[in-house]
Design a protein around this ligand. Structure first.
Ligand SMILES: C[S@@+](CC[C@H](N)C(=O)[O-])C[C@H]1O[C@@H](n2cnc3c(N)ncnc32)[C@H](O)[C@@H]1O
Length: 290
């Protein structure tokens, strides 16, 4: 007997996104002001929540693209039975990269929440560029721009977490004793996640990279950041601009309450600059400290 299966609708993954009321409300606001009487493509439709908002906001037709078969299979069945959405949403099991639209339907609006915790990891830059190239009629993008930002500060939480981790490793593995520097170097190579609700200290925010969606072709980036002596934390996060006036902004900056949390790196001893490189081909972040 099989007790579980990866081939099932991912309940907790979509639950986290549905529970994130800030995310939902911001998308709803941007969709309401954009889609009336328009033909819309929703890339990575998932549960169909953004498509549903487009229906409620008076969209003419929505192509809801979902590449995961189990998600498609479950939600498509529900959408078909629903009298709320009627025939306005067409749920399609496809990757956006394999999708071409009926020639008589000219899509005008592209909506999506393919946003990773740092920003580009879910492929929004490449997906929007591909769809815009195939459908030049697309004129509105939600979001239209994503900034990758960083914030540099000192955090007691980060230091305590590091010390707790080191204590557990060195208590259980004798060869870790007196190797705190080595442990710190390894620790600094990986993004960790926290909401930084407790942070009140002065911070130093910078934009590392800006993506114009539908225009930029590839999300690869490489940046070098100088980290001052007094800081121990580099938080790296996104700001997604959802409406044309830039009044609706979604961000997982330190202190925000989105489900993504804020990715951060802890500065190792005696290091003063970090290079962060993102390689879209394998969705990989390469972190190097000097
Ligand atoms: C972050 S979830 C967003 C779900 C939903 N739009 C929402 O806002 O709650 C992303 C979904 O997009 C799907 N997906 C990712 N890349 C895709 C692509 N290029 N084409 C179609 N679906 C994609 C994933 O399988 C996943 O279900």
């Amino acid at each position: 007997m099989i007790w579980g299966s990866d081939y099932a609708f991912p309940i907790s993954y979509h639950r986290a996104m549905l529970e994130d009321t800030q995310r939902i409300e911001l998308y709803k606001k941007a969709i309401e002001s954009t889609v009336q009487d328009k033909v819309v493509i929703d890339v990575g439709a998932g549960t169909g929540i953004l498509s549903l908002y487009a229906v409620q906001a008076g969209a003419k037709k929505i192509y809801a693209l979902e590449k995961d078969f189990e998600t498609y299979n479950f939600i498509h069945g529900l959408v078909q039975k629903s009298t709320i959405v009627g025939k306005t949403i067409e749920f399609i099991n496809t990757s956006s990269f394999d999708f071409s639209i009926e020639p008589f339907d000219i899509p005008q609006v592209l909506i999506s929440e393919l946003i990773g915790a740092v920003g580009p990891e879910e492929g929004i830059v490449e997906a929007f560029f591909d769809l815009k190239t195939k459908n030049p009629s697309l004129a509105s993008f939600i979001p239209h721009t994503i900034d990758i930002c960083c914030d540099i500060f000192y955090s007691d939480f980060v230091e305590n977490e590091f010390q707790n981790n080191y204590t557990i490793y060195s208590r259980n593995l004798p060869y870790f004793k007196n190797e705190e520097t080595l442990f710190g170097d390894m620790y600094a190579q990986k993004f960790l996640f926290h909401n930084f609700m407790e942070e009140t200290a002065v911070s130093d925010q910078q934009i590392l990279k800006t993506y114009s969606l539908g225009i930029d072709q590839i999300s690869d980036f490489k940046v070098e950041i100088k980290v001052p002596e007094h800081a121990n934390t580099i938080a790296v996060f996104f700001k997604a601009y959802l409406d044309v006036n830039n009044t609706v902004t979604l961000t997982n900056c330190p202190g925000s309450s989105l489900h993504w949390l804020t990715p951060y790196l802890r500065k190792p001893y005696k290091k003063e600059r970090v290079t962060i490189e993102y390689r879209s081909k394998n969705k990989f972040f390469f972190v190097h400290w000097d």
